[in-house]
Design a protein around this ligand. Structure first.
Ligand code: FAD
Length: 235
């Protein structure tokens, strides 16, 4: 797929979030050519190039995959960022609540309420019915409205933005970040965050990146990643 069609493409995620590809450096062939630099070689035709890429993935010869870089702009609630920034191999720049006041509607509202898993302390299992969930959604909206009113009141009283934001519903606030990573470390992120045990609010971002950007940008790499990493279940 032509790179031009991917750059600038924005995929909606959650109720108000999105992922946009800002920039992309490299393709499957860049990975193959990086591996071949060992003996100063270049492409040897599609079949042999693809075979080499699969060999690299299978034998965890990882550094050629670092030659491809993805840069995203992402809008996600803090509950998502809180987990995303644990991935130290990414480079981030974030919107600052010290410079830019927050919008009234920039708070995450879940489409469904999940139940606590009885066996896994970190996980959810099953959902509340819409009738069971409705009062909680209403309470959440009320909570957001009250929080935002207090935030505005603090700003109007002259309190600094950096402190007024203490009134905001922290985990629910949407932030926009720029996030850059190479293909090797992106696969590590995708493997962990597309897994069933990853929290839904980050899993949907990982899935959006994989389906809409990673697979079209690196089709051979994605095929090999599925075969040797995702399906093999290696971590
Ligand atoms: C389902 C799930 C549940 C989690 N629960 C918790 C939790 O309860 N509490 C919690 O604190 N975290 C939790 N985490 C976060 C987890 O511990 C990792 O911090 C996060 O997944 C990032 O993984 P990473 O360190 O492998 O990735 P990256 O930071 O991107 O690093 C990639 C790889 O680089 C290497 N590396 C990077 N930095 C260093 C370093 N300084 N020293 C040595 N090697 C390095 C490691 O091999 C690492 O695997 C959870 C993650 C998942 C997926």
């Amino acid at each position: 797929m032509a790179l031009q069609t991917l750059i600038g493409k924005r995929i909606p995620v959650l109720d108000q979030g999105w992922v946009e590809l800002q920039d992309l450096m490299g393709d499957d062939l860049a990975i193959v050519n990086a591996a071949r630099v060992s003996f100063l070689g270049e492409s040897r035709g599609e079949e042999r190039d693809k075979r080499l890429l699969f060999y690299l993935m299978e034998h965890r010869h990882t550094s050629p995959f670092e030659q491809v870089e993805f840069k995203f702009r992402v809008r996600a609630p803090l509950v998502t960022w809180w987990q995303w920034v644990r991935h130290r191999t990414w480079s981030f720049n974030a919107q600052s609540g010290r410079y830019v006041p927050f919008d009234e509607d920039a708070f995450y509202i879940p489409a469904v309420w999940r139940k606590q898993s009885p066996s896994n302390k970190q996980a959810s299992l099953g959902e509340l019915t819409p009738e069971e969930g409705k009062p909680f959604t209403e309470a959440l909206l009320q909570h957001y409205a009250q929080s935002y009113a207090l935030y505005r009141r603090a700003l109007e009283a002259g309190i600094a933005r950096e402190q007024a934001r203490l009134f905001l519903p922290g985990f629910a606030v949407y932030y926009t970040w720029v996030a850059k990573v190479d293909a090797h470390n992106l696969m590590h992120f995708l493997q962990l965050r597309m897994a069933e045990d990853a929290q839904f609010e980050i899993r949907v971002y990982a899935q959006a990146i994989y389906e809409h950007f990673f697979k079209p940008a690196l089709p051979w790499t994605a095929e090999a990643f599925e075969q040797f990493v995702l399906k093999a279940g290696t971590r």
